[in-house]
Design a protein. Structure first.
Length: 136
């Protein structure tokens, strides 16, 4: 309950709007009190993250061999599907941008991840450009 908006944006699947909403929700004392009462009554707040085992994904090609991808925004298909495609074509998917990131697939140029990639000089592509790379 003590994260700032920028920390929240580093979580896979959380963009600017969701981060702002979560941050503003937890800033209100009455909301924090409700969470504490739920915990006192045995409600568990932990989330078991489902990890995709890349060994279970059939390798189709190596066009993205050792390229590190980050996805930001909403796409025409679920992010998990895009992640599986990247892995199936030799790529690696991460949730946050570092200097080692090679390509950011983005929805909007206003997202914090897009801006960070731009600042670091990382290649940025749209979902359409990504699909073209796959020959779709």
């Amino acid at each position: 309950m003590e994260s700032d908006e920028e920390s929240l944006k580093q979580i896979d699947g959380i963009g600017d709007v969701v981060a702002s909403n979560i941050y503003n929700f937890f800033r209100k004392e009455k909301n924090r009190d409700i969470i504490l009462k739920l915990k006192e009554h045995g409600i568990r707040m932990e989330v078991q993250e489902e990890k995709e085992n890349s060994e279970d994904i059939e390798i189709l090609s190596d066009i993205f061999k050792d390229k590190i991808f980050v996805l930001t925004g909403n796409f025409s298909k679920p992010k998990k599907e895009i992640e599986k495609e990247i892995i199936a074509n030799g790529g690696i998917v991460k949730s946050s941008i570092t200097k080692d990131t090679n390509i950011v697939i983005y929805e909007k140029e206003t997202s914090s991840k897009y801006k960070k990639a731009e600042k670091l000089g990382i290649e940025r592509i749209t979902e359409e450009e990504y699909n073209n790379m796959l020959g779709k």
